[in-house]
Ligand binder design. Structure first.
Ligand SMILES: Nc1ncnc2c1ncn2[C@@H]1O[C@H](COP(=O)(O)OP(=O)(O)OP(=O)(O)O)[C@@H](O)[C@H]1O
Ligand SMILES: [Mg+2]
Length: 300
């Protein structure tokens, strides 16, 4: 439970009065761009940083006052993990296991993070993605009631990311509560039961991915390659199109009646006004929600 949490660094407000409650057994995601305040929030929730204002309870504890008690019951992966370079993968996991009353077996975690064949490798010899997976493993091994993961899949290749999603899903199936941060829209959408979108220290939307999308979009998205400026206006008067959004080299039309809009687009192509090569139709996504709420793309 977090109520009106605020954190300032000198005159920069990194977290600006955010409130939310995490439900037991859910995967709760904090989705936001670089500098949004995700790491600051995680570090405060696990007692590694102090808040300037607000009330926080994690498993009933105020993390600022009962850090030690809390740490026995939670697993934490930090964005900047502190691993000893000379310890091997196996030793690192064993060390972290020793902090907890009932840790998972090292072998089990090695398998989850796909590093069984690296058990005797010193951590300074690991690749970036392998280090990242080990960091997540040090949180998982806790067998804690809540696992905090600060960008668990950043830097992983698509296959390793999928594997990480599967393991996080397994932990949830075991009854764990997961709090994770991410700047990957598709990760939040695929994995999280509920998502808080955070931008400039404020939560600008909170709900299940489906809720967030349907709240903001009854329409589908038609993506086109960027058109000439003089044709842009005319796209708005396509039948069924409610809004257009230009973003880099593509333009997105939000349409309630996709068929009618496409029929008209085909006629305009035949008339030589625009080209439809690369056209695609998709349901709206969290990316569209972010774009609508902030006016910018999260990748910028
Ligand atoms: N120790 C610090 N001292 C001063 N400013 C800080 C400190 N830590 C973070 N900040 C600033 O606070 C803001 C929020 O940072 P934070 O690390 O919480 O963002 P984030 O959402 O985790 O970003 P990222 O996706 O890049 O990890 C940023 O503007 C950052 O520069
Ligand atoms: Mg961060």
């Amino acid at each position: 439970m977090v109520r009106q949490l605020t954190k300032k660094y000198r005159n920069l407000t990194a977290v600006n009065g955010i409130s939310f409650t995490i439900k037991q057994g859910e995967i709760f995601g904090m989705l936001g761009p670089n500098g949004a305040g995700k790491t600051t929030t995680v570090e405060i929730l696990v007692g590694l940083r102090s808040a300037d204002a607000g009330e926080i309870r994690v498993l009933g504890f105020d993390p600022a006052a009962h850090k030690e008690k809390l740490h026995q019951k939670i697993g934490v992966q930090l964005q900047m993990p502190a691993l000893f370079p000379r310890l091997t993968v196996g030793e690192s996991l064993k060390l972290h296991a020793s902090f907890y009353p009932a840790p998972f077996p090292v072998d089990q975690v090695l398998e989850w993070i796909g590093l069984a064949d690296r058990v005797k490798t010193q951590t300074y010899k690991l690749s970036g993605g392998q280090l990242q997976r080990l960091a997540v493993g040090t949180a998982m091994i806790s067998n804690g009631d809540i696992i905090f993961l600060d960008e668990p899949t950043t830097g992983l290749d698509p296959q390793a990311r999928r594997q990480m999603w599967a393991v996080i899903g397994q932990l949830k199936a075991m009854g764990k509560t997961i709090f994770l941060t991410t700047h990957y829209m598709e990760e939040a959408q695929y994995l999280c039961d509920r998502v808080a979108i955070i931008d400039h220290g404020s939560i600008i939307a909170l709900g299940t991915p489906e809720q967030l999308i349907s709240e903001h979009f009854a329409e589908k998205a038609i993506e086109l390659p960027q058109v000439l400026a003089e044709h842009k206006e005319s796209l708005l008067n396509l039948p069924g199109v409610t809004r257009i959004q230009a973003d880099g080299d593509k333009i997105t039309l939000y349409a309630a009646q996709v068929e009618a809009a496409i029929r008209e687009l085909i006629q305009r192509e035949a008339a030589g006004v625009l080209t439809l090569s690369g056209l695609s139709v998709r349901s709206a996504s969290l990316e569209d929600v972010f774009l609508k709420l902030t006016g910018r793309s999260m990748r910028q």
